[in-house]
Design a protein. Structure first.
Length: 703
């Protein structure tokens, strides 16, 4: 069952824009957004390269700075690399960053769920689009709409406000290109899914004052994961009007309707053993189960140069997300993999608004250089419509011979209600003081006024959690050379607490916000044929876990101590190797007897990744191959069960050549080549089936 939403006008606006832009378009070369700064242009790139440490990334309240000049651990993946690996989810985009753990398959009721440094990202605050927040609960963003994906690891309280201390994912939208461009792509994913994608960009006017970028996408068919299906329509429109050399107005619309079948939860009990993994293409879902998510976002902004060294930005964003799903939860009842099938149908709707103003500039004062960012932001997130049916056990079966039932008649019921609402208002200020070419200091603070209300099914407030707090950050940076930075930083943050899981006695109970702190020291260097970064970090945050009475509690503190090392080496003219490792010691402290001293739930001790790209094997042909080791991790607070480590392998090729004056690109990729059977951790005592071997191919023509 699907609830109607007011998104028809969004589709109409985008369709009209598509018709108009296609009518005036002419074939030209493909382009890529290589822009930096508010009023900068997008230039053509003739080669495909890894993102460098000198490239800029978003730092929220820090503004855009190069990775080399950011005193935190960062990562950026370009759209070229995303396309070459035919990535379909955020977990696949970031799979070669050893600090990232995929904890949910792309085809599920909770896709786009990842961990960083052993900490799950916040669904409502951990994902940004162009630095502003967007509802991301149950939404796998359409990667085809973005120029790159950026990651800020660790605490981001000063930079972005409330959020998980694991980090922030920022999607950077495709912007208007300098010249007219048009590309068409056709993709196929093993299982039967076909995808069509059109990318159109350019500028109008004598001086190119009006820019546009339109992306249209359709995907439909079967997938390998749990023998499921995917049906997806998406559109992204990005406009820019340069009123003068100093002022530009921007507008962005993003729409996606994504329906999928697949992604059964396997719920454990400490009374029974962890079942052996099953094949990734095993069908577990009931007939009629699946997820249907509709997402729409509008953003309007103004960038203005108010003085030679000062820029101002004003932005307003509104977005809506409606998710309807039915899913199976297999509660394990024996050591042999027997289960009880608990089926639920749920509806969740969210509305989000944010307005932000910021000023960024440079000045000389007291004989030193200051790089200043200041501003304010206000955002509201409301659960507009929630409905949860009673979760009932409808059958039994065995994981290795599942019983497939029909749940078409089970739908959410009982009317809708608002289950939560949060409001955040903040002012922020930072100053990066550069004493000389070697030494600089960053100091910043954000005052955040936060309030969360929880409601019952009758729309009566049952709990209110106000939190008014200043979260500071400070960092010391030393550059022994222009291509190397050593840094030490300290950050504080607040985050929304997790609700009690459905399997707990106090299911869905809300808790007060959690405080966290982080200290980090690291080094980054960019050389002619290699770059590398390393970071030592310690994170302390309030702990939540399910105790022996099956009650989800807030108790004690979890300490995460770790080391991250990442490097890219140009081993020869055409061979590049990228790799990384994370070592992590995460421990629960000052908790109830039987839990203190235990490893933190879901935190792996170690992870590693490596990938190699061999270009010009033949003219226009490049090969790539990679491997990632997902470390073992505890599944429950008492450490009764541990999920075994897994090593996965991937490989593929891309071929680019010009035919009849058009650039033609053919790409292919095989993930999980060995077809390894494995579980992925989702949350305490919850498992999902790991993705099976999957072959994907794509043909793209740049006209």
């Amino acid at each position: 069952m699907y609830i109607a939403t007011p998104y028809a006008k969004t589709r109409l606006h985008l369709a009209l824009a598509a018709a108009g832009l296609c009518a005036l378009h002419a074939p030209v070369m493909a382009t890529e957004d290589g822009s930096e700064g508010a009023l900068s242009k997008v230039f053509v790139k003739a080669t495909v390269e890894k993102k460098k440490l000198g490239d800029s990334v978003s730092g929220g309240a820090l503004g855009r700075k190069s990775e080399l000049d950011t005193p935190f651990s960062t990562k950026a993946v370009s759209s070229d690399e995303i396309e070459d690996r035919l990535a379909t989810s955020i977990s696949e985009v970031l799979k070669y960053d050893a600090s990232v753990t995929a904890i949910s398959p792309p085809i599920s009721t909770h896709p786009a769920t990842i961990q960083m440094r052993g900490l799950r990202l916040d669904d409502l605050n951990g994902y940004k689009i162009n630095g502003l927040a967007a509802v991301n609960r149950g939404t796998e963003m359409p990667l085809e709409m973005f120029e790159s994906v950026e990651v800020l690891k660790g605490l981001s309280g000063f930079m972005y406000g409330f959020g998980s201390p694991g980090g922030i994912v920022n999607y950077v939208s495709k912007r208007p290109t300098t010249d007219k461009s048009f590309s068409a792509a056709l993709g196929y994913q093993e299982g039967g899914a076909l995808k069509e994608h059109f990318d159109i960009g350019g500028r109008l006017g004598e001086e190119g004052g009006f820019g546009y970028r339109l992306n249209l996408l359709h995907e439909d068919g079967g997938v390998q994961e749990e023998s499921g299906t995917i049906h997806r329509n998406a559109a992204g429109l990005n406009l820019e009007w340069r009123i003068s050399d100093d002022v530009a107005l921007t507008y962005e619309s993003l729409y996606q309707r994504r329906k999928s079948v697949g992604g059964t939860d396997v719920v454990l009990s400490t009374s029974y053993a962890v079942p052996r993994p099953i094949a990734g293409n095993s069908k577990l879902n009931s007939i009629g189960a699946g997820s249907d998510v509709e997402f729409v976002m509008y953003t309007m902004g103004m960038d203005a140069r108010v003085a030679p060294d000062w820029m101002m930005n004003l932005s307003y964003r509104t977005s809506d997300s409606t998710r309807v799903y039915k899913k199976d939860q297999y509660y394990i009842t024996s050591d042999k993999g027997d289960y009880k099938d608990r089926v639920t149908s749920e509806l969740h709707g969210y509305h989000f608004d944010q307005i932000q103003a910021s000023w960024e500039g440079k000045l000389q004062k007291w004989g030193v250089a200051h790089d200043i960012v200041t501003g304010f932001t206000s955002q509201n997130l409301t659960s507009t419509s929630s409905a949860v049916t009673p979760k009932t056990y409808l059958g039994t079966g065995n994981l290795y011979a599942p019983t497939i039932i029909n749940v078409n008649s089970i739908n959410w019921s009982g009317g809708t209600y608002q289950d939560e609402a949060t409001r955040q208002e903040a002012v922020f200020f930072s100053d990066t003081v550069k004493f000389n070419d070697n030494w600089s200091v960053l100091a910043g603070a954000r005052y955040n006024r936060f309030n969360e209300n929880a409601y019952n099914t009758k729309n009566v407030v049952t709990a209110s959690y106000p939190a008014n707090r200043t979260t500071p950050t400070v960092a010391l940076m030393f550059k022994p050379a222009a291509d190397t930075t050593l840094y030490a930083s300290y950050v504080e943050a607040m985050e929304m607490a997790s609700n009690a899981p459905a399997s707990a006695v106090n299911a869905n109970q809300t808790f007060a916000p959690i405080k966290s702190k982080q200290a980090e020291a690291g080094i980054k260097t960019e050389r002619s044929f290699w770059n590398a970064s390393a970071a030592l970090f310690q994170i302390k945050r309030g702990a939540q876990y399910t105790n022996a009475a099956n009650v989800f509690v807030a108790d004690g503190e979890t300490k995460y101590q770790g080391l991250e090392v990442n490097s890219v080496v140009q081993a020869s003219k055409n061979l590049s190797v990228e790799g990384g490792i994370m070592l992590l010691d995460a421990t629960l402290e000052n908790a109830a007897p039987g839990y203190s001293g235990k490893r933190a739930v879901g935190a792996p001790r170690r992870q590693a990744s490596i990938q190699a790209t061999w270009r010009e094997v033949l003219p226009g042909l490049a090969l790539h191959a990679g491997s990632q080791y997902l470390g073992e991790l505890p599944l429950d607070a008492a450490n009764v069960h541990t999920l075994s480590g897994t090593t996965l392998f991937d490989a593929g090729f891309n071929y680019r050549q010009r035919y009849f004056g058009k650039m033609v690109s053919v790409r292919a990729n095989i993930s999980n080549i060995a077809n390894r059977k494995y579980w992925t951790y989702y949350q305490e005592n919850y498992l999902n089936v790991g993705s099976p071997r999957t072959v994907s191919v794509n043909l793209r023509v740049d006209f």
